[in-house]
Write a protein that binds this ligand. Sequence first.
Ligand SMILES: C[C@@]1(CC(=O)O)c2cc3[nH]c(cc4nc(cc5[nH]c(cc(n2)[C@H]1CCC(=O)O)[C@@](C)(CC(=O)O)[C@@H]5CCC(=O)O)C(CC(=O)O)=C4CCC(=O)O)c(CCC(=O)O)c3CC(=O)O
Ligand SMILES: NC(=O)C1=CN([C@@H]2O[C@H](COP(=O)(O)OP(=O)(O)OC[C@H]3O[C@@H](n4cnc5c(N)ncnc54)[C@H](O)[C@@H]3O)[C@@H](O)[C@H]2O)C=CC1
Length: 214
Amino acid sequence: MELYPIFLNLTDKKCLVVGGGKVAERKVNALARCGAKIHVVSPQLTPGLQDMVNRGLVMHRRGIYQTSDLEDTFLVISATNNDATNHAVANDCMKRNIVVNVVDDPPRCSFFVPSVVHRGSLKLAISTGGSSPRLAKLIRKRLERDFSPVFGEFTDFLNTVRKQVQEQVTDPNKREQILKNLVDETTFDLVKHGDLDKAKERVNNVCYINRCQS
Ligand SMILES: C[C@@]1(CC(=O)O)c2cc3[nH]c(cc4nc(cc5[nH]c(cc(n2)[C@H]1CCC(=O)O)[C@@](C)(CC(=O)O)[C@@H]5CCC(=O)O)C(CC(=O)O)=C4CCC(=O)O)c(CCC(=O)O)c3CC(=O)O
Ligand SMILES: NC(=O)C1=CN([C@@H]2O[C@H](COP(=O)(O)OP(=O)(O)OC[C@H]3O[C@@H](n4cnc5c(N)ncnc54)[C@H](O)[C@@H]3O)[C@@H](O)[C@H]2O)C=CC1
């Protein structure tokens, strides 16, 4: 099976997590950083999840899963330690065309959660297609060493420059020329070695030189 990798906008979308254990807590944390409206249904919660409920970041219904929990739900993660519940959640979601992840049952998942390097709006997501989550985690740790937080700052800078070019350069050929040349391997290496100022200077030069050419 070939998986289609996408980055979802979950802002204000109801996401249901069934179960309140440590795996549920990890998945809730990933959803919380994306602004999802998180609902958890579970008889118990980890202290970390309880804390999020107390801070108003997560809504919690104490009890076991029931089909009505799916109302108005965009995405579901079933993270219980109970096979029968996980199967029921998967079947209910499939019937309703709700995307679902069942943490201990890859064949019943309509999506897998990747391992992610977070560098601001730059995200490097790794999946092994369920073959080895441990390998995905190892690769994430390697990439975290290779891609320092400077990459996040540089990505924000590129966002600003790109928007300026799109707004200010009206000639489509010139605009394309600038956007295509904005970053190259040399600039990438400067960022990699932590020389953000030089990297930004190179980007600014691309804009300046191309805009000056008639
Ligand atoms: C299919 C998938 C479904 C899903 O959860 O989306 C799934 C399934 C399963 N995981 C299991 C075990 C472990 N999972 C981890 C860790 C992570 N698991 C994550 C994702 C995924 N796990 C999806 C596939 C991702 C891909 O495509 O590669 C990560 C990347 C994302 C996240 O969860 O946030 C996160 C790392 C985050 C990070 O740190 O970067 C570790 C490592 C550890 O704990 O150190 C172990 C123990 C070592 C091992 O087993 O490899 C088991 C057996 C359970 C059991 O038998 O008890 C199953 C069920 C099965 O395989 O049948
Ligand atoms: N996909 C992944 O990344 C990983 C998956 N797993 C699997 O994930 C599952 C959960 O692991 P943990 O969080 O460590 O377990 P856990 O035992 O800490 O938590 C299970 C939670 O499910 C709740 N629960 C049980 N029945 C329920 C029901 N009918 N309705 C609602 N909630 C219910 C319990 O109250 C508890 O909060 C296990 O099956 C484990 O094998 C384990 C490691 C990684």
